[in-house]
Design a protein around this ligand. Sequence first.
Ligand code: XMP
Length: 279
Amino acid sequence: MRRLSRNSKGYSVTPLNIEAGGTLSFKARIEETAKNKASRIVLALDFPFQNPENRENLLAKAQSVLEAVHPYICAVKINHHLVLPLGTFNGVQKLISRIHEKELPAIMDCKANDIGASNQVIAEYYYAAGFDALIANPFVGWEEGLKPIFDVARKQQRGVILLAYMSHKGATEGYGQTVCDAETGKKTPQYVVFARKALQWDADGVVVGATVPEKIREIHEILGEKVPIYSPGIGAQGGAAETALKAGARYLIVGREITLAQNPAQAAKALAASLPHVR
Ligand code: XMP
C-alpha cells in the first residue's frame, strides 16, 4: 500500500499510499486510513517551547508520543512548534518517515497565506519534505494567491486543506464578518464564502473550530460529503469531540489533550473509544 522513495538528497518524495501511477487524492487516502485505523483523530503533535539547545529531547519526545499513540489516530498534523526548532529537512523529515512507517499521512499546518509565487515555494518545500497535505488560508484569494499551491498539489497528488472558521475567539473578526458582494450587494458571512470556495477549488478539506458547532453545521450543509471538515479546538480550547462530529465534522484535530497527558496513549485510546464507530 505504501511506497516511500527518496531522492539523492534523502527527501521522501512520494506521499503515503501513492502507488506508481496511482491516482488517489489526499481526501480519499485519509478516508481509507481512518477506516483502516478505525479512528478520526488527527494528532496535533505540538509541545510547549523548549530551549532550542534541547531539540534532540524534543525530537525524542515527539517520536515517543507518535510511537505510543499511532494505533488510535488517522493522521498527524505538524505545526511550527516542531518545524521551527527541528528544521524541515532535519528532525521533521525524520518524523515524517516514522509517520509514514505507521501508514499515516502527515499534514503541515503552515496556514499558507502569502502571494502566489511565495506560496508555491512554501508548498514545494513542504511536499519535498514528504508532507501529504498542507493547510492554507483562503483570505489571500485564488489568482496569484492559492492557485499556485493547488497546482503544485495536484501535480504531486498532495492535499490542500483550507481554513473556513478558526477555533479561537477572535475568529469572529475575520471568518465571522459579513461581507458584501461588490456586484450584487448581497451580504454573506465570510465563512460561507470560504466554504463555497472550498467546493469550487476542490479542496481536500476545510478547518472549522469545534468551539463553533453551529458553524460546523452550517458549513456541512454547504459541503455535504464532498469536502470533509477537520475540527480543532477539542478540550484545551473548550470544544467537545462528540458535538463537533454530530454537527458534521469528519476529523478531529487534537493536540494538548493527548500530547500533554500523563499517558498520551491512554488519552488517545480513551478519546477514540468514546467516539462513534468510523463508518
Ligand atoms: P490543541 O492543543 O488546542 O491543538 O488541541 C490544536 C492544534 O490545531 C491548531 N489549530 C488550528 N489549526 N485552524 C487550524 O488550521 C484552526 O482553527 C485551528 N485552531 C487550532 C493549533 O495551532 C494546534 O496545532
